[in-house]
Design a binder for this molecule. Structure first.
Ligand SMILES: C[S@@+](CC[C@H](N)C(=O)[O-])C[C@H]1O[C@@H](n2cnc3c(N)ncnc32)[C@H](O)[C@@H]1O
Length: 439
């Protein structure tokens, strides 16, 4: 069934949302708010429908020509047909909407609380990291690329314009080098990561492989020649079990990657998390520091601390910092990074929810959990430690809004919300929020 629809807004996803003639909400990719388009309904889900674009009949003023076809097909840049201004507005709208629908905050107050999205200076070429899937294709050749969104189809690598310009062409060079090393052998490489720092110039290649024999020296030489890597590592873990790492081997160079955020240096091992947009990571830190107010002499916990993005600036500003992180490689990075930057951080390796009870009374706290947000018991456990302020950094507005509602039930009021654009051309949005204790 085809219909002409005028689209109203972006969803928190790849689709724009409009209404069919019968008033039912319809979700469709590749259209922009304000577009009038003929769409074909492909799925009726009862309360809403899904459609595919047939033709835009009247383009919206916020529509632009997509700049990177490969990133569009792979799903890496699904909002690139929107102007950057429209992307920033849509991201803020999604945060406001989550506060209203999920946290049940009054619409007027939500509008007052949420600041305009902080823009990324780089609208393209902002990613310090490329991560590709690898496999032997049906003709027996080694191939590298992104998976087509929601499928098992590997899209042989072309240029990805989201990555720093210095590494946009690295995937093709790597594929050539790896084909040379591997010949027709399957050495169990299933993922390849590349990290690059504009501040330090360091470039690391990480090959994720199943455990087993590996031509270490030849791989290091050929890959090193192809992309001038400062570090080449092999991470051994079974495919689909990337959390259970069986070992990390340095094949050449330093065995880690070093980046600078603001005034601080961070060494990161290949399996560890690190923010992918370095400049915007600096904005996150500024927002957290500003939101917490003066931190000197305060006892502050940093939960889900990673390699210390927040812990280290907090400690350098004179706070007494205890950091909790569960991933072994990040725990090691964080200890190393504290020394590297000449600060003291008390680092606890373990589950944040479990360690929380042993931290005692806190002056303030930072939480930056994965997309799943906080476990149900965590807001009340945080309240029991009585921090005056909580900085909640989130990469998922839906789980964040759910947790904000839980905080409001245990005596914390949302004071400010700053969306930060870490991921231009995508629907993802980071939120730095500050909660204050009311009782
Ligand atoms: C979104 S990252 C944030 C890291 C850091 N705050 C930063 O900005 O670089 C989330 C971190 O939480 C860690 N993590 C995941 N589950 C955890 C848990 N249950 N307890 C402690 N840390 C956890 C991950 O290993 C990861 O380093």
């Amino acid at each position: 069934m085809q219909q002409t629809v005028t689209f109203e807004r972006m969803s928190y996803g790849i689709d724009a949302v409009g209404r069919l003639d019968d008033g039912k909400a319809v979700f469709c990719p590749l259209v922009a708010p304000g577009d009038t388009a003929v769409v074909e309904v492909v799925e009726d889900k009862g309360s809403f429908a899904r459609a595919k674009l047939v033709q835009v009949v009247e383009p919206s003023s916020c529509r632009v020509e997509p700049a990177s076809p490969y990133d569009q097909i792979s799903g890496a840049a699904p909002w690139q047909h929107l102007s950057y201004k429209a992307q920033l507005k849509a991201k803020r709208d999604n945060v406001v909407s989550q506060l209203v629908r999920t946290a049940r905050i009054d619409a007027e107050r939500a509008e007052q609380l949420v600041e305009p999205t902080m823009r990324s200076k780089r609208e393209w070429a902002y990613r310090n990291k490329i991560e590709m899937s690898a496999r032997i294709d049906e003709r027996g050749a080694f191939n590298l690329g992104y998976m087509r969104e929601g499928t098992d189809e590997l899209l042989p690598v072309e240029q990805t314009m989201l990555a720093h310009t210095k590494i946009q062409k690295v995937p093709k060079a790597l594929r050539g080098a790896m084909r040379f090393v591997l010949g027709n052998q399957d050495l169990g490489i299933y993922r390849v990561g590349v990290r690059h720092s504009m501040a330090t110039g360091e470039l690391e290649v990480a090959a994720w492989t199943r455990p087993g024999p590996f031509p270490r020296a030849l791989f290091a030489k050929t890959v090193g020649d192809a992309c001038k890597a400062t570090s080449i590592v092999r991470v051994m873990a079974d495919e689909g079990a990337a959390r259970r790492i069986k070992g990390v081997e340095t094949l050449s160079g330093r065995g880690f990657w070093r980046e600078r955020v603001g005034d601080f240096y961070f060494s990161t091992q290949a399996p560890s998390f690190f923010q992918v947009n370095t400049a915007q990571a600096g904005r996150l830190v500024e927002q957290v520091m500003e939101g917490l107010g003066g931190v000197e002499g305060k006892y502050i916990a940093d939960l889900y601390a990673g390699g210390g993005t927040f812990s280290i600036p907090l400690a350098a500003a004179g706070a007494d910092v205890v950091a909790v992180e569960s991933a072994g490689s990040s725990v090691r990075d964080l200890r190393f990074n504290a020394d590297l930057n000449g600060v003291e951080v008390d680092v606890l390796g373990g589950d944040a929810a479990r360690e929380l009870a042993g931290l005692g009374d806190l002056d303030a706290l930072v939480v930056d959990p994965p997309r799943s947000g906080l476990a149900a018991s965590v807001p009340s456990d945080i309240a029991a430690a009585r921090p005056q302020k909580v900085a909640y950094v989130s990469c998922d507005p839906a789980t964040w809004a759910r947790d904000i509602a839980r905080f409001s039930q245990v005596g914390y009021r949302l004071e400010r919300v700053q969306p930060v654009d870490m991921f231009p051309q995508t629907f993802h949005v980071e939120v730095v929020s500050i909660l204050a204790r009311t009782s």
